[in-house]
Design a protein around this ligand. Sequence first.
Ligand SMILES: NC(=O)c1ccc[n+]([C@@H]2O[C@H](COP(=O)([O-])OP(=O)(O)OC[C@H]3O[C@@H](n4cnc5c(N)ncnc54)[C@H](OP(=O)(O)O)[C@@H]3O)[C@@H](O)[C@H]2O)c1
Length: 283
Amino acid sequence: MADSTAGVPTRSLNDGAALPAIGFGTYPLRGPDGVEAIRSAIEVGYRLLDTAVNYDNEPEVGEAIRASGIDRDDVLVASKIPGRHHGYDDAVASVEGSLRRLGLEHLDLALIHWPNPSQDLYGEAWRALVEVRERGLVRSIGVSNFTEAHLERIIAESGVTPVVNQVELHPHFPQAELRAAHDRLGIVTESWSPLGKRRAPFTEPAVAEAAAAHAVEPGQVILRWQVQLGAVPIPKSADPARQRANLDVFGFTLTDAEMAAITTLGRRDGRLFGGDPDTHEEM
Ligand SMILES: NC(=O)c1ccc[n+]([C@@H]2O[C@H](COP(=O)([O-])OP(=O)(O)OC[C@H]3O[C@@H](n4cnc5c(N)ncnc54)[C@H](OP(=O)(O)O)[C@@H]3O)[C@@H](O)[C@H]2O)c1
């Protein structure tokens, strides 16, 4: 990992671009409070903002960027096209709509939100993302909630490998097999619900003991675990103090034993987590 300007390391992508090692999740931040929370995240030092058409908050993300006073080129903005926009023309229009709502000239990252296999149009949506990248509307393109089979299919059909696959990943659901597939294909893993959301395992001994050993918070241990796995977590917090803590995980290193103990939580509870992308669809 190299160092970014905001002091957060970066991860290289297979198209020559890079992402900060931790980004900021914006769902479900909306309205004036949402703008303020996102503006605060930028002030705290986040340089990757994750939104989606379905989060219904692209205007708030754009407003927060302008309110922060940050240079547009110093923050990366990612959005996602929904399942109902997978047809080729709809997917192109979807990205154009995101840019309009954000008030931006380009997206840094555009993702297909879910593969929605029953529609079987995600290959078309992928061709559309390749096209909008060629037109300069988007710098990098990737996917979300894709299985290894979905990834292999779009790569074989288009010759273009997604830069990231954003998937559910937390200590209860460490996604070892999919991470190995990403490594083989040259895809960076992005982690959604990186803390585990409402079921975050803050009091699990594997997490609590590592927090005590390094004199940090349990949430910082989990995000450090994400970084050492090689994933890019995108934690959401509306609270400036938690936003700051979630980004402040580059001053300590978990031991191999601490890493393994946290990953083992997934072996116990993993079957309780993780929607199956072959059946779970979002419109
Ligand atoms: N691609 C997809 O299909 C998909 C699906 C789901 C989510 N996402 C993305 O992933 C992002 C993050 O996922 P998520 O919001 O589901 O889960 P998360 O980031 O794991 O958890 C967020 C929850 O944890 C709390 N929290 C944050 N930091 C904390 C800390 N240090 N200590 C204690 N509690 C803390 C937050 O509350 P406070 O706000 O009160 O701090 C919030 O309730 C979303 O915002 C979205 O951008 C993508």
